[in-house]
Write a protein that binds this ligand. Structure first.
Ligand code: PHE
Length: 450
């Protein structure tokens, strides 16, 4: 007999878990600099528009499939299929989602391992352990191997404990901590010289840059990655959500939390970068754009912390705790996808399944670490740029075209009696049938052919 499925105990628990999945490295190292380099508030505005008109409907598709089928990605899509042929397509899409998220988790763990190493480095500096510090901050294969495995182990520990005692418990502790740390850091950085220039770079709008078609498309891709769409994470979290919950409302809260925290991250990152500039740190790359991604986190910001005197190590500690929390609440949502599949399909014991899958993914991490220059960018590109949007498209097609409209409405009505006459029900079905698939297909075509 299969064990009873887990369920989140409260709306708060679900919101922390789902927004924890959504808020990750992308929100902190990608979004703010992207906004500042691409038209500031104008980019923000377009991003928000896309997040709510295209990413939110797609998020709703995953949540509603999950909650209705109470199943992992493969089982869920099979259950919706009216014929064996469509069920086969469902299996392929579900599987591709599981494979994609597994690969995303393997590169994510490597990067998260860097965050852990830098977190320990701030502790080492507080205690004056210089040799340890220099080992922790030197980019070496051995260090990267150790920390990606340690990070995977943390992810395994949380996921082994299950939906309530693992995911919900930790997300409910870590996400509020993340918000508090973020706000405190913003408060501090805004008092420093140069911070206002950063705010200006972040917030002064320039629509002539932000309206370029290429940019709009990349913003859509970013919104998809940020809301963890297309790979079954939101589907599986939706499958643990109580039937009493009003789906459109909880879905919009998740989207609001994700974009809200991305916006807040900008209030930290841009002022910090311009404070760094005022202190003589280079913040632009060769092509004139602001440094983003790993270079921002492990070069520009540490250089800034070094110029802050004794406060610097504590600011660095808070910052890397923030990054580690953002990573962990995302990585647990990723690992849950294959774990739920194995547990439900093979009736496996959760602890064992988690351990074995975690070990398998750790091996993939090591493979990437030791073949970094060939594999890392390749895995990132294939999973996040090619696979994720395409799978997201299939999820919307399953809800818009495969599943009977009435069935969708019945599921919505469970936690929202007035769903049938709501504005949501007037607009969303059209979006999920036409607008989302066409928009995602446009992103895809632009990516693959141009
Ligand atoms: N949303 C996460 C981030 O912004 C990444 C993620 C992608 C998480 C896919 C789960 C699934 O970093």
């Amino acid at each position: 007999m299969a064990a009873a499925r887990g369920e989140f105990s409260s709306r708060f628990g679900f919101l922390m878990a789902a927004s924890g999945s959504a808020v990750g490295l992308g929100n902190i190292w990608g979004f703010p600099t992207n906004a500042a380099s691409n038209g500031g508030a104008a980019f923000l505005f377009i991003y928000l528009f896309l997040a709510f008109t295209l990413a939110y409907p797609a998020l709703m598709a995953e949540l509603i499939i999950g909650r209705h089928t109470r199943s992992n990605a493969v089982g869920a899509l099979r259950k919706l299929a009216p014929t064996p042929r469509v069920a086969k397509l469902g299996s392929v899409v579900g599987f591709a989602g599981i494979l994609t998220v597994t690969l995303i988790l393997s590169f994510y763990s490597i990067v998260s391992g860097w965050m852990l190493a830098w977190l320990l480095n701030s502790l080492a500096s507080i205690f004056g352990l210089d040799a340890v510090s220099s080992w922790l901050t030197t980019d070496a294969e051995s260090r990267n191997a150790i920390f990606s495995v340690v990070f995977m182990a943390l992810t395994v520990i949380v996921i082994r404990a299950g939906v309530r005692d693992g995911i919900e418990k930790w997300a409910s502790r870590l996400m509020p901590a993340l918000i508090v740390i973020l706000v405190l850091l913003i408060g501090y950085v805004l008092t420093l010289e140069g911070a206002m220039d950063g705010l200006r770079a972040y917030l002064v709008p320039d629509f002539s840059i932000a309206m370029q078609p290429g940019l709009i498309i990349s913003a859509l891709g970013q919104a998809f990655f940020s809301l963890s769409l297309g790979v079954g994470t939101m589907l599986i979290y939706g499958s643990y959500l109580s039937s009493k919950e009003n789906l459109p409302v909880v879905g919009s809260l998740v989207a609001l939390l994700d974009t809200g925290i991305a916006f807040l991250a900008g209030l930290l990152i841009l002022p910090a970068m311009y404070v760094a500039l005022a202190n003589g740190v280079e913040i632009f790359s060769a092509d004139g754009a602001l440094v983003a991604g790993p270079g921002l986190i492990v070069a520009v910001l540490p250089a800034l912390f070094d110029t802050m005197g004794s406060a610097g190590v504590f600011v660095a500690l808070a910052f890397f705790v923030l990054m580690t929390i953002a990573s962990l609440t995302s990585s647990i949502s990723m690992l849950e996808v294959p774990v739920a599949y194995v547990v439900e399909t093979y009736d496996a014991e959760r602890g064992k399944a988690t351990l074995m899958l975690g070990a398998g993914i750790a091996l993939i991490c090591l493979l990437i670490v030791y073949n970094f220059s060939t594999l890392f960018d390749l895995v990132v590109t294939i999973t996040t740029e090619y696979s994720q949007p395409l799978l997201g498209l299939f999820f919307t097609v399953f809800v818009g075209w495969v599943w009977k409209r009435n069935g969708v409405l019945e599921e919505l009505k469970k936690g929202y009696a007035g769903a049938e006459h709501s504005l949501f029900w007037k607009i969303w079905p059209l979006y999920i049938r036409f607008v989302c698939p066409i928009a995602i297909a446009a992103v895809y075509i632009q990516l693959v052919f141009f």
